[in-house]
Design a protein around this ligand. Sequence first.
Ligand code: BGC
Length: 453
Amino acid sequence: MPRPGFRFPDGFHWGAATSAYQIEGSPLADGAGPSIWQRFAHTPGMMANGDTGDVACDHYRRYREDVQLMKELGLQGYRFSINWARVLPEGTGRVNPKGLDFYSRLVDALLEHGIAPNATLFHWDLPAALDDRGGWLNRDSAHWFAEYAEVMFKALDDRVPRWSTLNEPWVVTDGGYLHGALAPGHRNKYEAPIATHNLMRASGAGIQAYRAHGKHEIGVVFNIEPKYPHSDCAEDLAATARAHAYMNQQFADPALLGSYPPELKEIFGDAWPDFPADDFKLTKQKVDFVGINYYTRAVVKHDPNQYPLQASPVRQPNRTYTETGWEVFEQGLTDTLTWFRDRYGDIPLYITENGSAFYDPPVAENGVLDDPLRTSYLRKHLGALHKAIAAGVNLKGYYAWSLLDNLEWSLGFSKRFGLYHVDFATQQRTPKATAKLYAQVIESNGAVLDEDA
Ligand code: BGC
């Protein structure tokens, strides 16, 4: 008797994800303008080991070889992002045909191999020329984004069936404008809410442009990290609610409900402006799907020393943590999906990123690279997805993060998330054991996970 297993619903979509600055290299090639990440990475002291995206995985030149790897995995979809400044070197106005052509060639190569392109318009690499005009603090940024989005839709929507406006706007606000660990490196409580608001206006304006120029699907991608209270005391419960509002609802609420959660006012105090009511007509647009990036959870306690949240995460004893310090907690993925459905309604969902950085041994002489912790992470999280589907969540597909080891932003090349190992000295790619498992998962639509799940 076959055991009731992990087999996923027919038509479930299996993919892998990357982003432009993390893999492409050649950031200024063929007339591209600099992005804020190009500038940030070349600012002394900002990147671990002085790493930059100058070469990264050299994907700009090796994309055909990488599409071949996707084919080997049996990927049905590939989620990548477009470097805005390759296409519009000044961010608005003049289009750079060679930059556009790169993405057009990539899309054609994917289609030749039967892989559906899934394009993200903004994965953090704002054109530097727009940062010079105030970046996300300038209300015009929504129009800049819509102009760029329209260029991309007109060029590629005939071949790209699925688009996202933004990837993880929380990271831009939190890392880019509040704590400064990521580009553009600001640390300003007064700027962060404005950046959030303009990002969400831009996403809305991008979706409106799609309705005028596109024929397929568009959505937006949020990182959701569920928050669990450290104790039942009122202070910890309130801290948990703040952390949840700050990270998870700050972005999904204006996009899907047309409002902000009240905790944001409590967190930011006089730095939280009263935004014009009309703006929410722009932020709230009908989406065809939402992408959720899930990596971990946080257990939260009240902490008056943490600015401005007054909440901090509590490390859990006897649990596995990844190299980025994230607890492996697959139940959080099930909880995230059911919470999202319950709060925002029955929107088609994709997991657009999920994965783990662990220390990898060197590739053995026989070409084998065993990565058991990552393999276990994948198995557990696919099990958690299966539970969510059984609970009625409208989950359409899964994209593993990431196809390749790549530049982990300001952590440089020190953290490896790839299904394929990359030797950054030689650009040699080697499949890890997790890649082999993932290929079997795709081939069997999850049935292989029955064996020892
Ligand atoms: C981002 C990726 C990043 C990954 C792992 C997500 O926050 O979208 O760009 O590499 O998580 O940190």
